[in-house]
Each structure stands twice: as structure tokens, then as C-alpha cells.
Design a binder for this molecule. Structure first.
Ligand code: DGL
Length: 273
């Protein structure tokens, strides 16, 4: 396949649910000409409470589904799948380039607050593996990192309950549990959590900086495509295909909040993995 034909292929993006749309949105803003295809594995959400073996199997099946559509690069827009299965995915998808979100998120935090005190809010699986602690230590050895599992925030985001008293109370409870760390940075180490950004910012101590991996991941994608000569040129905006493994209506309702524009269930294709 020539590079011209390859550059027309979409970028594949997947997550366990609608959370990865926060990353897709950042890629769309940074690279508006790119064609995109997104898969939310809503039938098997959440990934964050599952065993590493199940997460790896689910992630590999989701990635294979996207690869079968014909893609030029794969973005694992799920911290949990990135933490658990990035190496396995790279091996299974080779020579396709696979970009995860943990390293870009860690780099964003290290840049926002060098030598900082970071509190990572993430899923149980991401925390269990110490994924952010290791990734931040690799780029900023002076940083002090605490990781905290906040699985219920995934449900709030999927439910579309990101604002209001219930969301505030749950965020407060999680932040209270990590009392004593006095972070200067909170890392949104799950792609669902940017939807709760306002609530978390509101509940956190004044001056705490919130960081997520969306825009840094988009930068990594741009640089990878540029290096491979596969950026899509021309002024035409790229296309967007949305796939989900269950619940097209719910996906459209909540996904619209993530993307910032209305979606209808007919915008979402249901697929089996
Ligand atoms: N959005 C996923 C992440 O970034 C996790 C949500 C889930 O538990 O499935 O970790």
C-alpha cells in the first residue's frame, strides 16, 4: 500500500466505554483532517475491576476488531488497558503502531509540576500495577506520587452524572481517603475522569492543577504519523465512525456529552467482538 493510500486510513481508538472519547476529541482538535474510528467495549465495561488476564483478552479483541477495519495507527484510549496490555497489544498488532495513554499522561504531569506531589485518580487495575508511579518516576525521579483507585467515578461518568451533589460527595470521599498527601497535581488517570474535571477541581484544594493525558496523547499521535509520513493532508475535515459492543442509545446519550455535541443512536454501530 502506498503512503498516500495509507494516510487515508482512519486512526483507530478504543476504550472500555465512552471515556476514550475524551482522547478522541483531543485528537480531532489537533488533527481535524484525520479519519477516525472509535470502539467502546460497553458490553464488558468496566475493565478496571477485572483481572489482568481478562483485561488483556478484552483489549486484544477490541484492537483486532479495529485492525480488521483497516487502520493506520491504534490508540489505546484506556489507562487500564494501556497499563495492563500495551506490550501484548504492540506484539499482537505489529507492525501497526500502538499508542497508549499512561506515558503521555505521566509526561503531562511531570511537565505541569516538575518534582511535584502528584495524586493519581485511576481504576483499581491501573493502581494495582503502579502504572503511573513507574511512568512518572521514569521522567521525573524527584516526583512524589500517590495512586488512588476511584472506580465509582467511572460509573458516574457513564451515567452522565458528572455534576451535582452526588458527584461532589463521591469525589469528596475519594479525596478524603487520600488525605495527608497534599498534592499539587491531580492526574486524571482514567479517560472517563475528564468529564468530572469541574467537580474534582471544585472539591480539590485551591491551586491544585488537574492534568489528563488527552492532549499529550494527541501530540504523540501527530508526531508518530508525521514520522511515518502518514498524516492526512487537505482541508477536508475527517470522518468519524462510532462502534460499540452494547447499548447504542446510552452510548449516544453519554457520548454526546463527552464530544460536546448531540449524537443519536443511529450514529453508533453495534458490533460483536
Ligand atoms: N476508561 C478506562 C481507563 O482509562 C477505564 C474504565 C473502566 O474501568 O473500564 O482506565
Amino acid at each position: 500500500m502506498t503512503h498516500d493510500i495509507q494516510s487515508e486510513l482512519p486512526i483507530g481508538v478504543f476504550d472500555s466505554g465512552v471515556g476514550g472519547l475524551t482522547v478522541l476529541k483531543a485528537i480531532r482538535e489537533a488533527l481535524p483532517a484525520e479519519n477516525l474510528i472509535y470502539l467502546g467495549d460497553t458490553a464488558r465495561l468496566p475493565y478496571g475491576t477485572k483481572s489482568p488476564a481478562s483485561i488483556e483478552r478484552y483489549a486484544t479483541q477490541a484492537a483486532a476488531k479495529l485492525q480488521a477495519q483497516g487502520i493506520k495507527l491504534l490508540v489505546v484510549a484506556c489507562n487500564t488497558a494501556s497499563a495492563v496490555a500495551l506490550d501484548a497489544l504492540r506484539e499482537a498488532m505489529a507492525p501497526l503502531r500502538v499508542v497508549g495513554v499512561v506515558e503521555p499522561g505521566a509526561a503531562a504531569a511531570a511537565r505541569a509540576q516538575p518534582g511535584g506531589r502528584h495524586l493519581v485518580l485511576a481504576t483499581e487495575a491501573t493502581v494495582r500495577l503502579g502504572a503511573y508511579r513507574k511512568a512518572i518516576a521514569a521522567c521525573d525521579p524527584q516526583a512524589v506520587v500517590r495512586e488512588h483507585a476511584c472506580e465509582m467515578l467511572v460509573s458516574l461518568a457513564e451515567e452522565g452524572w458528572s455534576h451535582g451533589d452526588i458527584a461532589r460527595a463521591i469525589v469528596q470521599r475519594y479525596l478524603d481517603e487520600s488525605d495527608g498527601h497534599n498534592p499539587d497535581t491531580i492526574i486524571l488517570g482514567c479517560t472517563h475522569f475528564p468529564l468530572l474535571r469541574d467537580t474534582i477541581q471544585d472539591v480539590a484544594d485551591e491551586g491544585v492543577i488537574l492534568v489528563d493525558s488527552a492532549s499529550t496523547t494527541a501530540d504523540v499521535v501527530r508526531e508518530a504519523l508525521r514520522a511515518d509520513g502518514m498524516l492526512r493532508g487537505g482541508g477536508e475535515p475527517g470522518s468519524l465512525r462510532l462502534l460499540a459492543t452494547d447499548g447504542a442509545t446510552r452510548f449516544a446519550r453519554v457520548g454526546g456529552q463527552f464530544l460536546g455535541h448531540d449524537l443519536s443512536y443511529s450514529d453508533v454501530e453495534l458490533v460483536d467482538l
